[in-house]
Ligand binder design. Structure first.
Ligand code: ATP
Ligand code: MG
Length: 370
């Protein structure tokens, strides 16, 4: 425990050292208010013992200024002073002090009070942290509900509507229309299935229960295979997919999971690329890692949006060039999948000049404990 003693009388400081050091406290000293105000943000003590009558600004004013500064506001201040009038004690509390001890003090009492305040301070910090994570949870829940009402309800509505047409007694739909309706139902339910699988994926990863099915191999053929899968989609949008796979390094990876990451990076690049542009897909060995990059010539990502990019349900301002949709789950999942492989997923982007997403997987990971 770090305690800052602010007092201008050497004998008082000595007594506090004798009282508190045997209790395991580390003490720092300031002999006036101005020095204390400079020192506190720097050393961030767990608690401040503050005298009131000192040369320069007094203890009340020192406390008031500490409470004004966001860097020092939450550090508990205990007044330790010879001023023992009721109005002084009341003023001490109103300036933000958590306790007020008058001199001459009893050693054991000072120690007991300090311990109690340190304990309360720790509990308060824990509460604030829990509160913050609850707020984040509520935010995710709201986004999930928003997504469910939009991305799950829309396909369900069309499944319901088109199947009702097909089931209607005495309908006069010809064979071609029946096939069209069935295709719509099939696509809509496929989209829903992808979404539900993504949600399950994310929740399994977040609960720490996703285990990787690791096999040794090189990424080259997986990249070729996945790119081949999207050639048709890209050609439809007049986009060229260019592959340069230079690495032959063998490494351990889960083919299905890394395939999923590639799928999302490729579909994103195709989704946001304009007609006539090129998407470069490359893999190289670098610094003990295999680095795979997908670089497009689309709108890129605005600097102010970068921090949202890998968060679930976040869709940014970039517009899909072919009216494609998405839920904003792909990159959140991809990042976690790569991290499970002890790798990193990064983005480089200069807005207006394309985005480059790269992941690096270690060739010899230290341990694999997925
Ligand atoms: N290559 C890219 N160029 C520009 N913006 C991109 C690119 N890749 C992703 N983004 C932005 O990041 C957002 C999040 O991407 P992510 O893959 O997580 O979600 P999505 O593609 O919208 O939906 P999903 O992948 O769940 O189907 C996208 O909506 C888009 O705004
Ligand atoms: Mg995506």
């Amino acid at each position: 425990m770090k305690i800052l003693v602010v007092d201008d009388t050497p004998t008082n400081i000595d007594i506090l050292f004798q009282t508190l050091e045997p209790e395991g406290c580390t003490l720092s000293v300031a002999t006036n208010g101005e020095d204390a105000l400079k020192l506190v943000p720097e050393i961030q003590p767990d608690l401040i013992l503050l005298d009131i009558m000192m040369p320069g600004i007094d203890g009340f004013e020192t406390c008031r200024r500490l409470k004004e500064n966001s860097l020092t506001r939450n550090i508990p201040v205990v007044f330790l002073t010879a001023k023992n009038q009721t109005e002084d004690i009341v003023k001490g509390f109103s300036m933000g002090g958590v306790d007020y001890i008058t001199k001459p003090f009893r050693h054991q009492e000072v120690c007991a009070r300090i311990n109690k305040h340190l304990e309360l301070h720790k509990l308060r910090n824990e509460l604030a942290e829990k509160n913050q994570s609850l707020l984040e949870l509520v935010d995710t829940k709201n986004k999930l509900l928003g997504m469910a009402s939009h991305d799950l309800r829309n396909p369900l509505t069309s499944i319901q509507g088109y199947s009702a047409f097909l089931l209607k007694k005495g309908n006069t739909l010809n064979e071609e229309t029946r096939t069209d309706f069935t295709k719509i139902i099939n696509t809509a339910s496929g989209n829903m299935l992808t979404l539900v699988n993504d949600l399950l994926n994310l929740s399994v990863i977040e609960s720490g229960q996703l285990s990787l099915n690791l096999n040794s191999g090189s990424l080259g053929s997986l990249i070729e295979e996945r790119v081949h899968l999207y050639q048709y989609l890209a050609r439809e949008k007049e986009i060229e997919l260019k592959v340069t796979t230079q690495d032959t390094s063998e490494l351990l990876f889960d083919e299905a999971r890394i395939g999923q990451v590639l799928d999302n990076l490729l579909t994103n690049a195709i989704k946001f690329s304009p007609a006539g542009s090129v998407i470069d897909i490359s893999s190289t060995t670098y610094n003990g890692c295999v680095r795979v990059s997908v670089k497009d010539e689309g709108p890129g990502i605005k600097n102010e949006e970068l921090e949202k990019l890998f968060q679930p349900f976040e869709k940014l301002s970039s517009k899909a060039t072919g009216g494609e949709t998405g839920t904003g789950l792909g990159l959140a999942i991809a990042k976690k999948m790569i991290e499970l492989h002890q790798g990193v997923l990064k983005v480089e982007s200069s807005p207006g000049r394309g985005a480059k997403f790269s992941f690096e997987l270690p060739i010899n990971p230290s341990t694999f404990d997925p």
